[in-house]
Design a protein around this ligand. Structure first.
Ligand SMILES: O=C(O)c1cc(=O)[nH]c(=O)n1[C@@H]1O[C@H](COP(=O)(O)O)[C@@H](O)[C@H]1O
Length: 243
């Protein structure tokens, strides 16, 4: 039965750092402010798989952001390896073959798959350059619908698309949004962004935040401020959700 996600568990901090030592130091600085960590390609290629296993064993929520996309056999077998780490989430690009294969690889494990719809650094012009005949909103909708049909657990999308996608996929799929920028913070390479309050108010279940937390002078205070924003938005919307 769906129950409410605690505001703190809705914040996922991206540990986009160059070494395990720096990631461990960041985790210590963040302390109890953060319960959910994302380990992406940079840290994974710097030895982060062991850290993922340790965090999971300590009861932290771990999100492996490896954005799998390859021939089905490779995706299925890679997913099976990642499922052994004890992580909660794994990203796979939202192509039908990859999503179907990842689901087969995750079978029998607790791993939940998140399909990447359209990267938050892309806009319509970037999709046109890449050869797509449709814009962001249509491609996100198409991939979200396919992911639901295949049985994927959740979606990565920008907060700009959550309302449209929730209406398409129904209440069960987790909507996880990067592209989060507290007011006044640098947008950097992101193109489809929103503040934490607007993202949650618009229907995001969880927010992925990297540089606005890890690049802050006081990362724990930055995380606490986002958790407070999330709590106020949840209270405002007054909606319940799933764990
Ligand atoms: O899959 C992701 O997590 C992801 C998908 C996407 O479309 N956009 C996106 O920014 N991300 C990740 O979310 C994080 C955002 O980091 P910041 O831009 O520093 O907050 C990075 O680790 C990205 O790899």
């Amino acid at each position: 039965m769906p129950t409410e996600i605690a505001p703190r568990d809705r914040l996922i901090v991206a540990l986009d750092l160059p070494s395990v030592a720096e990631a461990e130091a960041m985790i210590i600085r963040l302390g109890d402010a953060v319960t959910f960590y994302k380990i992406g390609m940079e840290l994974t290629y710097a030895g982060g798989l062991g850290l993922a296993e340790r965090l999971a064993a300590e009861g932290k929520n771990v999100f492996m952001d490896l954005k799998l996309h390859d021939i089905p056999n490779t995706v299925e077998r890679a997913t099976r390896q990642i499922a052994r780490l004890g992580a909660r989430f794994l990203t796979v690009h939202g192509f039908s073959q990859s999503m179907t294969a990842a689901l087969a690889g995750a079978a029998g494990s607790h791993l939940e798959l998140l399909a990447v719809t359209v990267m938050t650094s892309y806009d319509d012009a970037d999709l046109a350059t890449a050869g797509y005949a449709m814009g962001v909103r249509d491609l996100v909708a198409r991939r979200a619908t396919q992911a639901k049909e295949i049985g994927i657990h959740g979606l990565i999308l920008s907060p700009e698309e959550t309302e449209q996608v929730r209406a398409l996929v129904g209440p069960e799929m987790q909507l996880v949004t990067p592209g989060i920028r507290p007011a006044g913070s640098d947008i950097g390479d992101q193109k489809r962004v929103m503040t934490p309050v607007l993202a949650i108010a618009g229907g995001a279940d969880r927010l992925v935040v990297g540089r606005p937390v890890t690049g802050a002078q006081d990362p724990a205070a930055a995380a606490e401020s986002i958790v407070a924003d999330i709590a106020s938005a949840v209270a405002l919307v007054g909606r319940t959700n799933r764990t």
